[in-house]
Write a protein that binds this ligand. Structure first.
Ligand code: ATP
Length: 339
C-alpha cells in the first residue's frame, strides 16, 4: 500500500445464500481511505454500504459468505493487517477493534449497554486496551465526555444511557468510539435518526474531532447533503457496487454517473425548491435476487442505450482521480446537476 494509505479494499465480495437465490450484497467493491481523510459512502437503502463496513470490522452476519476480496489496513502505529483473513473473534481483530478502528451507528444503544453507566463502559475499554489503572481510566472517561462537549462530564460519567437525551447518547457513543484514539472511525448513518439541529451539531463535533485527533472517517449515509458537509471524497454505491468515486467537488459539480446525477437532483435546494416537487429516481431498487444484466442501473437510467447498457457490464472508467462505471461516462463533461 502507498505510504499515505490507511485502508484498502480490493474486489470485496459478500454474498448471502438464501432459499430464493443468492444475494450479492457486496459485489466486487474496491476503495481506499488515506490517513486523516473523510470518505463518504452514499447510496439508497440496500446498496451494501453497511455490509461492506461490517466486512472491514469482521462483524458479518453468520449467514454471509465471502467468495473473494482483500482488505488491508495499516494504522498510524505502523502494523499491517490483512483484515479479510481474520476471523470474527480472532485476537488480531479484537486488537484492531479495541485500538485502531472505532464504529458509531444510527442507534446509540447498538453500541452502549443499558445496564452500565457511561463512565464504566468507557473505563472498561481504556483499562483493557490502554492498560490504565482505575483512577486514570475514570479521568480519561471524564476527559472524553468533555471532548464530545457533553455538559457536566463529572456528573454524567455516572449516568446510565437512558438518563440521556438522544443527541447526548450519540455523543456518549462517539466518546466510547474514540476512547482508544483510533486511526479510523466508521460512522454508519450516525445522524439519520436526529432532528436537523442536532444532526448539524453532531456533524460539527465529528469534524472538529477529526481535525483535532487526525483520524480518518468512513461516513456512510443516504443523504448527499450530509456528505457535502463532511467528506473529502465520495463513493456512490448501487446494488453492491461502487458506481462512482470522486472528490466532493467533482461529485457535486461534474458527476459522471447517471445514478449520482439522479441522486443529486433529488436534494432540495434552499430558497429554490420550496413548494416545488423534486424529481425522484424512476422505478425502484430491483429485488436483490433479480439484478438486471449489464449495468444494474440501466432500467432506471434516462441515458441507457439498448443493446449496450442492458447487456454489457460497464468497466471502471478513470478521469484523473474520478472513477465512473458507466459506458458513456466520457459524455458527461460537466453536468451542473446541483449547486
Ligand atoms: N443477515 C442478512 N441476511 C440476508 N441478506 C442480508 C443480511 N443483511 C443484509 N442483507 C442484504 O444485503 C444487502 C445490503 O444490505 P446493507 O445493509 O449493506 O445495505 P445498506 O446500503 O447499508 O442499506 P441501509 O441504508 O438500509 O442500511 C441488502 O440486499 C440486504 O437485504
Amino acid at each position: 500500500m502507498p505510504a499515505e494509505r490507511l485502508l484498502e479494499l480490493d474486489d470485496v465480495q459478500v454474498h448471502f445464500p438464501m432459499r430464493e437465490g443468492l444475494v450479492k450484497a457486496v459485489n466486487g467493491v474496491s476503495y481506499h481511505v488515506n490517513k486523516g481523510e473523510v470518505l463518504g459512502i452514499v447510496g439508497e437503502s440496500g446498496s451494501g454500504k453497511s455490509i461492506t463496513a461490517r466486512s472491514i470490522m469482521r462483524l458479518l452476519p453468520k449467514k454471509a459468505v465471502e467468495p473473494g476480496g482483500r482488505i488491508s489496513f495499516r494504522p498510524r502505529t505502523g502494523e499491517e493487517y490483512e483484515l479479510s483473513s481474520l476471523s470474527r473473534n480472532s485476537r488480531a481483530i479484537r486488537q484492531v477493534r479495541g485500538n485502531h478502528i472505532g464504529m458509531i451507528f444510527q442507534e446509540p444503544m447498538t453500541a452502549l449497554s443499558p445496564v452500565h453507566t457511561i463512565g464504566m463502559q468507557i473505563m472498561r475499554t481504556v483499562q483493557l486496551h490502554k492498560k490504565l489503572g482505575k483512577a486514570a481510566a475514570r479521568e480519561r472517561a471524564i476527559d472524553l465526555l468533555a471532548k464530545v462537549q457533553l455538559p457536566r462530564p463529572r456528573e454524567l460519567v455516572d449516568a446510565y444511557p437512558h438518563q440521556l437525551s438522544g443527541g447526548m447518547r450519540q455523543r456518549a457513543m462517539i466518546a466510547l468510539a474514540i476512547s482508544c484514539d483510533p486511526s479510523l472511525l466508521i460512522a454508519d448513518e450516525p445522524t439519520t435518526a436526529l432532528d436537523v439541529t442536532t444532526e448539524a451539531q453532531i456533524l460539527d463535533l465529528l469534524k472538529s474531532l477529526q481535525s483535532e485527533l487526525g483520524m480518518a472517517i468512513i461516513f456512510i449515509t443516504h443523504n448527499f447533503g450530509v456528505v457535502a458537509d463532511i467528506a473529502d471524497r465520495v463513493s456512490v454505491m448501487y446494488l453492491g457496487k461502487i458506481v462512482e468515486t470522486a472528490t466532493v467537488d467533482d461529485i457535486f459539480y461534474a458527476p459522471k454517473h447517471p445514478y449520482t446525477q439522479a441522486l443529486l437532483r433529488s436534494i432540495p435546494r434552499l430558497g429554490v425548491d420550496q413548494g416545488r416537487r423534486l424529481p425522484t429516481i424512476p422505478g425502484m431498487v430491483p429485488d436483490p435476487f433479480s439484478v438486471p444484466p449489464g449495468c444494474s442501473f440501466n432500467p432506471r437510467c434516462s441515458h441507457a442505450i439498448a443493446g449496450l447498457c442492458d447487456v454489457k457490464t460497464p468497466p471502471e472508467k478513470r478521469f484523473g482521480n474520478q472513477m465512473s462505471r458507466c459506458h458513456i461516462a466520457d459524455q458527461f463533461v460537466q453536468e451542473p446537476a446541483h449547486v
